[in-house]
Design a protein around this ligand. Sequence first.
Ligand SMILES: C[S@@+](CC[C@H](N)C(=O)[O-])C[C@H]1O[C@@H](n2cnc3c(N)ncnc32)[C@H](O)[C@@H]1O
Length: 296
Amino acid sequence: MSEDKAKEAWSADLSPAEALEASRLEAFDKVLDARLHKLQSAMLAKQQEMDRHLYRQFEAFHWLTQRLKIQGRLPPLRGWPLSPDVLLELHEWIMATRPRLIVEFGSGSSTLVIADALSQVGAGRLVSIEHSAHFGGKTQANLDREGLGKWVDLRVGELEPWQGEHLNTREDQTVSWYPVALLEDLQNIDFVLIDGPPAKTCEFARYPAVPAVIDKLAPDAAVWLDDAARGEEKRICQSWAEAFNCTFESVPMEKGLGVFTFERKPSVDTDTDTDTRIETPDDADTRPETPGDAER
Ligand SMILES: C[S@@+](CC[C@H](N)C(=O)[O-])C[C@H]1O[C@@H](n2cnc3c(N)ncnc32)[C@H](O)[C@@H]1O
């Protein structure tokens, strides 16, 4: 007997009220089925999207390890550090543009990757600014283990109250940032990587980075801000782009990357040229004239 015939026979023995209830249940079943199907499709699409994202990180990690010359391991690349996609871009960018002076805020895997690139290029210097003696010590030990210490000047200083302008709106929070004294001797910075302080420090914790270095940037300097997909970092990007003479691009990396290129300074400022540059271990003159020209 077919299912429909069976249903007919079954409903024939029902009272009108029971038959009505049965047909309501049947309609409800159909609605549930349709909703379940929609949910399954949405979950499958989400899973496929997550697989694509994860694969992209695997792929980037593979190419990154092909490029790196370090003998040991990188610290784990989930959570705090830059994601493999940005680390790969970073390594390629440095080897292509050969920045002479790099400053990063927030040390870790990125420090090793930058130092590895500088060592392969054979020129340049990284000043890494770190607030934690504990994590700074770990990074320094990793650099020393790889013989990369000479490329990096790791400067540790506890966060202190920030005196300049800020986006913070919370009166219950002290706005703090790295000690600006750690940057005092720096001039003509070609590239800045911002991956600290941690977001929990205070609202808009990374905002001070560009105001703190703006007068120390070389012509056509580049600035990268990690985690640019987060709400606060989006506001920071927008605010810098409005306040400073720069171009801004939001690059779709795993956690979002804000890429800024600062305009060439007026000629009156370019007098402070190479004399004030920090010395590099092997200060090569092979650097392209405009870092922005190299492919990212
Ligand atoms: C976003 S992390 C910087 C990560 C670094 N740029 C990298 O690529 O590994 C910001 C700060 O978190 C701290 N940190 C580093 N590793 C950490 C960990 N595993 N757990 C908690 N904090 C960490 C360090 O003080 C670091 O300056």
